[in-house]
Design a binder for this molecule. Structure first.
Ligand code: ADP
Length: 641
């Protein structure tokens, strides 16, 4: 029906308008069509007929509109522009005009109309009127507009997105569209990349394995492919991408291509990795700190610090540099701060194979700070130790000084006592000598007086010896002589019946023991040891023995007297050292001191074995041929120690 009308219209229709209007067929047809407004206009555009469709679309009842000008269907602007009559004129000229445009309903609302105006030619060949067929396309128009708008919005959106690469691939995987996000992410401009295969976004090794193709296949079969993986930018750099690949199909389900959305997660991945790394570093630092707290040895702390850096930063060459040490070429270093940061102890240097990140440096600095703290602590501890040592030494010196003072006082009183005894005896002897006329008695008393002067001079000699030893002025006069003979001679002197305290003396001495010694000094040694044995021997037998081999001699003086307490054994060889109670035993505490000095000057040694109340045995060992005299100063220094 419509087609028939259309073909009629297209050529301009020859009709008798009145006949047409009167024909029941036209009315029936026109009225049966609801979706089309079909009506006739006279040559001036006055509405002559009105069908149901026209009423439905335009809202006028037939009596409202028939006889009215068709211009009222047009918008204000169209009317002002004379558009309605332009269209009529065109239709009159060309037979037909068609257009889409806004039209106005009776209520003033607008609708989008598809309008066809066809001229009607009268029998005389003149234009008698027009048939107008109008279709309301508002719904279609609205749908189209909505679609257009949504497409536009989508395009704008896709263009606005810069964080995502959003683009289309054709079925073969060639890039079909490109958004600014894609340009930003991948580095290509649209011109460079459209038409290129998307495999160039993959690392070469993945492209070679045909991963791109496989991923398209998966997307096609499953409807989606998604992965986080490395992708490559135009400049060759890699980024960690989150990729979603979706197939795009038309309404019939035919595959048109693929939509690909890619996001750069490199930063996020790096942040995540850095967080893990930082946690690892922090843990290592706290472990190192704890270790440093527990470990006083600086070297161990340093060793551990170096190992920590090696493990955490994966570097081989880690060094703790002191003061002005230069780091190896290419190394990175952080300072090991001194206290108050006035000056640095040194530096911690590493030679990394990759560039270090900011948090690697803060990690290094933290390790350096642990070292700094340990160094500072070690320094403090050393100071404390030095101070403590000094305090002890100071205290020692104070006690020593005090003891020396005490010893000196004691020595003076003992020396006075010692000297007064023979002196008093001498005076008594001399006084009685004056009163004695009997020549025998006089000789006897004179002999006694002489012995007291000898005793006096021995005492004085000892005191002088001590000061000579202290000044290192003792000279050894070595000569070859028979020590057995000397022992026998000294022992004989002790057997002198005129001596005050006497003890049975037993000799165990070889016939002859020759050697090279200072005779007078060895006599002094024998006298000292024998007089002590007599003095502390409690009147019990004394044994003097001498043994010899090719190289040395051993002299023993053994008594069975009061003995020496173990604590005193070493001490008694010192200057002014006495062990026996002063009330019962006099003495300057010098005999053994001088004895030891003489023995050592001969490169020999002296020792004592003793038990309290059971006696003492002094043992002197001497080389037989001390040809080479000992350095005086060395011996003096040793004697003073
Ligand atoms: P002193 O003039 O006091 O005897 P010495 O240097 O000869 O000085 O001896 C030091 C100390 O060694 C003596 O005071 C004494 O206590 C102890 N001593 C020395 N010889 C003996 C000994 N044979 N028996 C016990 N004690 C001895």
């Amino acid at each position: 029906m419509i087609t028939q009308w259309d073909s009629m219209q297209s050529h301009g229709v020859h009709v008798d308008l009145k006949e047409l209007l009167a024909s029941p067929g036209f009315r029936a047809v026109a009225d049966s069509v609801r979706d089309y407004a079909i009506f006739l206009l006279d040559a001036n555009g006055v509405v002559l007929t009105w069908n149901t469709g026209a009423q439905h679309i335009k809202g006028y009842a037939p009596r409202e509109i028939i006889g009215q000008s068709f211009t009222r269907f047009y918008t204000e602007q169209d009317r002002a522009a004379g558009r309605p009559h332009v269209l009529l004129a065109e239709a009159a000229r060309n037979g037909r005009v068609e257009e889409e445009g806004w039209r106005v309903r009776s209520d003033g609302s607008c609708f989008w109309a598809d309008v066809v105006i066809s001229r009607l030619i009268g029998p005389d060949g003149s234009v008698v009127g027009f048939m107008k067929v109008t279709r309301d396309l508002t719904d279609r128009r609205r749908a189209e507009e909505a679609l257009r708008q949504s497409e536009e919005r989508l395009r704008l959106m896709v263009d606005a997105v810069t964080d995502y690469a959003i683009f289309m691939l054709d079925r073969q995987g060639r890039v079909a569209s490109w958004n600014p996000g894609a340009q930003r992410l991948n580095g290509y401009s649209a011109r460079e990349i459209i038409g290129e295969h998307f495999s160039r976004f993959y690392p070469p090794e993945h492209a070679r394995e045909s991963r791109p193709e496989r991923e398209l296949e998966i997307a096609t079969t499953i409807g989606r492919f998604e992965e986080d993986a490395w992708r490559v930018r135009k400049d060759g750099s890699r980024f960690w991408a989150s990729v979603v690949l979706t197939p795009v199909r038309n309404a019939e389900g035919t595959l048109l291509g693929f939509a690909k959305v890619t996001r750069d997660l490199t930063a996020r991945k790096r942040v995540a990795e850095e967080m893990v790394e930082r946690a690892r570093q922090q843990e290592a630092i706290s472990e190192l700190g704890l270790f440093a707290l527990r470990t006083p040895e600086l070297a161990l702390v340093m060793e551990r610090a170096v190992r920590t850096v090696q493990e955490i930063l994966h570097v081989e060459d880690v060094r703790v540099l002191r003061g002005d040490d230069k780091p190896p070429p290419g190394a990175r270093s952080v300072p090991i701060h001194g206290p108050e940061r006035l000056s640095d102890f040194g530096a911690l240097s590493v030679s990394p194979s990759r560039p270090l990140a900011a948090n690697d440096f803060s990690f290094l600095q933290a390790v350096a700070n642990v070292i700094a703290a340990a160094v500072a602590r070690a320094g403090l501890e050393e100071q404390v130790r030095v101070a403590e040592r000094e305090r002890i030494a100071e205290r020692g010196r104070a006690t020593e000084a005090q003891e020396a003072l005490q010893q000196r006082d004691e020595f003076i009183s003992v020396a006075a006592h010692e000297l007064r005894t023979p002196l008093t005896a001498l005076q008594l002897k001399l006084q009685s000598l004056e009163r004695t006329s009997n020549p025998d008695r006089r000789i006897e008393r004179l002999g006694g007086a002489v012995r007291q002067t000898e005793r006096l001079s021995r005492l004085i000699e000892r005191l002088l010896d001590v000061s000579r030893i202290a000044q290192g002025r003792v000279e050894m006069a070595l000569e070859r002589f028979d020590l057995s003979a000397l022992v026998r001679q000294v022992a004989d002197d002790f057997r002198d019946p005129s001596l005050e305290s006497r003890a049975p003396l037993q000799l165990d001495v070889p016939e002859r023991v020759e050697g090279c010694w200072d005779r007078l000094r060895l006599e002094q040694v024998l006298v000292n040891l024998l007089s002590n044995a007599v003095k502390y021997g409690a009147g019990k037998p004394i044994v003097v023995s001498l043994e010899a081999d090719d190289h040395k001699v051993r002299l023993k003086v053994a008594d069975r007297g009061i003995g020496i307490a173990p604590d005193d054994v070493d001490r008694i060889f010192g200057r002014f050292q006495r062990a026996a109670p002063i009330r019962n035993y006099g003495g300057l505490g010098l005999g053994l001191y001088i004895t030891r000095y003489i023995v050592e000057a001969h490169r020999g040694s002296i020792a004592v074995e003793s038990e309290l109340e059971h006696g003492s045995t002094f043992v002197v060992e001497l080389p037989r041929w001390s040809i080479k005299p000992v350095d005086e100063h060395e011996t003096a220094a040793r004697a003073q120690a």
